[in-house]
Design a binder for this molecule. Structure first.
Ligand SMILES: *Cc1c(COP(=O)(O)O)cnc(C)c1O
Length: 322
């Protein structure tokens, strides 16, 4: 089978080999070294400042989203959340659950975020902004520079879900002054699902330290303290962290994050060129390299999904709903 979905995706041979290996004991100097190297490479590829930190949680990307909300926001915040699909809705539900006051910028499915959407929120005392850089459910890829400038002007704390776009599209945590970057192991990181990676700016670390997290397992104070010595507070998904290490080093030795983004862009452009004559319309007006969101004109998406799976041995995502 060939996996063309947004995640899990195809993994390299070295990543797959590690998956078959015996899981080592991890309270060792060797595993600590590997985890410190993981932190350095994630910060490098996210273009984070030296005084930023990265932590690795054993959960999928959604666990990282909830961890960000629980550890950096409180009921005294006034948050803005972009909701252009099911991942935006997930942030909305998390803010409701954790009783963080918020307003929602609801976008039509697949539509870009524009400056006129942000204009009503200038100088209104908002304190936090949450966005899924790539709203994977529709393929809408939001302009982080636009959001970043709004946040800089207004002194707003910026949380960016990069789960499906990290390593596939350009991103600069330091320049764009992003405070929390969230990603997951099974999208462009191309490892099995099970680990969420978070990169935190100094401002985010300050918030973590002054926020009471009502959850022990996902308390970032404990995770940050342990990662100082290359460890996690609880037994992590050891082999996935070893696979992430192999993958990050592979990217590093193959020209780094820019080369990896170019490689994905080349694949995306090739695919989009080759399907031009087929009866599909591309549904997003702001594309990422990670996803080509197609609406089939002559046949149902689910029928295509089944046919590709059963007759061609390929998986694609038949996104349901509207
Ligand atoms: C995949 C994804 C997530 C995380 O989903 P999980 O199923 O929890 O891994 C979060 N946000 C976006 C934008 C995603 O594409």
């Amino acid at each position: 089978m060939i996996n063309f979905t947004v995640g899990p995706v195809q993994s390299s041979a070295s990543v797959r080999t590690i998956g078959a290996e015996q899981v080592p004991y991890f309270r060792t100097a060797e595993f600590s070294e590997l985890m410190k190297e993981n932190e350095i490479l994630i910060k490098k590829f996210a273009k984070a400042t030296d005084d930023s930190r990265a932590v690795f949680l054993t959960c999928s990307g959604s666990g990282g989203m909830e961890t960000a909300v629980m550890n950096t926001l409180t009921s005294s915040d006034k948050a803005i959340v972009v909701n252009g699909g099911s991942f935006g809705t997930r942030f909305v539900e998390l803010l409701k659950l954790h009783e963080i006051p918020f307003v929602e910028i609801k976008l039509d499915l697949g539509k870009a975020l524009k400056s006129e959407h942000l204009a009503p929120f200038e100088r209104q005392g908002y304190t936090a902004f949450l966005v899924n850089k790539l709203e994977t459910s529709t393929g809408a890829h939001y302009d982080i520079d636009l959001i970043s400038q709004f946040c800089k002007r207004n002194g707003v704390f910026l949380i960016v879900d990069c789960v499906s776009t990290f390593l596939a599209d350009s991103f600069n945590m330091a320049e764009q002054e992003v405070d929390v970057m969230i990603t997951g192991s099974q999208k462009a990181l191309a490892c099995p699902p099970g680990v969420s990676v978070m990169c935190l700016s100094p401002r985010a670390i300050e918030r973590v330290n002054s926020t009471k997290c009502i959850c022990q397992y996902f308390d970032l104070k404990i995770a940050l303290k342990n990662q100082e010595r290359g460890q996690t507070p609880w037994t992590p998904a050891v082999n996935i962290l070893r696979q992430i290490n192999a993958r990050l080093k592979e990217i590093d030795s193959n020209g780094g994050v820019e080369a990896e983004i170019m490689r994905t862009a080349t694949l995306a452009n090739y695919f989009r060129e080759r399907i031009k004559e087929l009866p599909f319309e591309i549904v997003s007006d702001s594309l990422s390299n990670a996803v080509t969101p197609l609406h089939p004109i002559t046949i149902g998406a689910y029928d295509i999904f089944l046919k590709m799976k059963d007759e061609y041995g390929m998986w694609v995502c038949p996104n349901g709903g509207s």
